[in-house]
Each structure stands twice: as structure tokens, then as C-alpha cells.
Design a protein. Structure first.
Length: 280
């Protein structure tokens, strides 16, 4: 049976507006417990902003400079298989649903996972599991964890203890949940002479001190074990596809660590990988 995007999309979408600020978006993401929201201006879709965007631009304050402009969209009449193909091909997590440039709703990876949960798919997840993953030690400071996620382009990381056992998981959502906005004043030396000027030292007498305000997203210097999710939902390589989708939907999670019978980490099942079954 064909399922249309309008059958599973979120219709009552929380949006940000431009002009707007990073703090406005951060407040919405925290209160609504979502990872990204559309950006509108005068009722028209103009962009999309995600928690990843915020973490990648910790010193930028203006929403217009953080958001992704002219996002890819989809029609409410499209099939969910088309939505899955676009999300996978473009490496995104959400698709604004638009009719004549007017935002009608939002379809996300989580919505597609919810559809899979009701399909009764009994095939094992083993072919969908990511064998390559980035894990962190439970004593790793949060700022370092954020940098690891940024450098590895990941949204979550399993947490291991000194005995190499899975003891938790940390996500971008958890990091933003404990983040703070830090304001400071910094100084920039601006010389009137060019660096290429042989007499540049003369310019030192014309140096101006420019003071400017800087606002950053700051994480506390505490080990990840103090913030991580300790009650980790796990699966085995032979777990059924729809059962895992139900776990993701029920617990509102984006990934499930895959473990062995001895609780050794064996891989990670991402919701993005789970929706690949819709394209086959």
C-alpha cells in the first residue's frame, strides 16, 4: 500500500523567523526537544536550521548566517519512498513539505521510522548496522566530545568505560541541553600598514585597538559520564527491523547501539540507515 508524505508528516510545525537570533533557535530546540526547525519570513519558507548548525557556528549570533538557505522540499502528494530517497541522497534529516512556497508540514527521518515500525518487517538489521563508529571514553570532557562529533561528522557517540564496556551514549541533543551562552569582550589589533610593506613597522604607530563583543556556545568542563544517557536501548544484529523502529519511536532516539551477548559494542544502527529499507 502506498503511503503519502501528507499521511505521516507533522502538520503543526514550530518555526523560527527571520530576522532572528541563535538564542531564539536554541530555546526552541531545547523546549520542543527537536533537532531542527524550518525558518520562515512572511509565511514563506526561506531556510532550515539544525542543532548541528548551531554547534558548527558557536560564535555566530544571527540566524540568517547560521541557517541553510533554500532547503530542498517535497510535495505532500509524494510517496514516502521518494522522501526517503531524497533524505538519503542529500544527507539531511528533515524535508519541509511545501505547496506553492507555503510551508504545509515537515517530514523527518523519525516520521519515516514510525511508518516502518507499523510495517511488520521481520528481516534482521544486520545489513543495516554501521560497523564503523566513533566511541568516546566516559572520562572525556564535554568540549572534547563536541569536537570529536564535529570532526567525525556524527550526531551521537557510544560511551565506553575503561573495561571497554558500553556504559552510555551521548548525542548532540544532550550537549545542547547543558550548553550555556558565554558573552565576552575581545580585542583585535588593526594596523594601518600592510603586511607586505617593507616599512610595516612604521604602521605600528598607527595601530588601533578594536574591542568587540563575542557570544559563544559553551559546554561545562565535566566528563561525559555526568551527562550521557546511562540506560542505553540496545539491539542485536539479528533483531528485527520493525522491532528496532518501534524502539526508536517509543524512546524518541535516533540510534541504537548494537551489542554482543557479552555487552561488547559491535556497531550502531542509525535511523537514517533504517529508512534505507523503504528504497529497496
Amino acid at each position: 500500500m502506498s503511503i503519502k508524505v501528507e499521511d505521516i508528516m507533522v502538520k503543526d510545525v514550530v518555526c523560527a523567523t527571520v530576522p532572528g537570533s541563535r538564542d531564539d533557535v536554541l530555546a526552541i530546540l531545547k523546549s520542543e526537544r527537536v533537532s531542527g526547525i524550518p525558518v520562515v519570513k512572511d509565511g514563506r519558507l526561506v531556510g532550515i536550521v539544525t542543532r548541528t548548525d548551531l554547534l558548527k557556528h558557536p560564535e555566530e549570533e544571527q540566524l540568517a548566517l547560521i541557517m541553510t538557505r533554500d532547503p530542498i522540499t517535497i510535495s505532500p502528494e509524494s510517496d514516502i519512498t521518494d522522501a526517503a530517497k531524497v533524505i538519503l541522497a542529500e544527507n539531511i534529516r528533515r524535508l519541509p513539505v511545501v505547496t506553492d512556497d507555503t510551508l504545509m508540514g515537515l517530514v523527518t527521518v523519525a516520521d519515516l521510522v514510525g511508518a516502518i515500525a507499523d510495517m511488520g518487517l521481520k528481516d534482521p538489521i544486520e545489513d543495516l548496522v554501521q560497523p564503523d563508529l566513533v566511541a568516546v571514553w566516559d572520562e572525556t570532557p564535554l568540549p572534547v566530545v563536541m569536537e570529536i562529533l564535529r570532526l567525525s561528522n556524527r550526531e551521537a557517540s557510544p560511551v565506553l568505560n575503561s573495561k571497554k564496556k558500553l556504559v552510555g551514549i551521548i548525542t548532540e541533543r544532550d550537549l545542547l541541553g547543558v550548553s550555556e551562552i558565554e558573552d565576552s569582550v575581545e580585542k583585535s589589533d588593526m594596523s594601518a600598514a600592510s603586511d607586505e610593506d617593507a616599512w610595516a613597522w612604521e604602521g605600528m604607530r598607527d595601530t588601533m585597538n578594536l574591542y568587540y563583543g563575542v557570544s559563544r556556545i559553551k559546554l561545562p568542563e565535566v566528563p561525559v559520564k555526568e551527562v550521557m544517557i546511562k540506560d542505553v536501548i540496545t539491539a542485536f544484529r539479528r533483531s528485527e527491523i520493525s522491532d528496532c523502529a518501534k524502539k526508536m519511536r517509543r524512546n524518541r532516539i535516533d540510534q541504537i547501539p548494537v551489542v554482543t551477548a557479552h555487552n561488547k559494542l559491535a556497531g550502531l544502527l542509525l535511523d537514517r540507515d533504517l529508512i534505507r529499507v523503504l528504497t529497496k
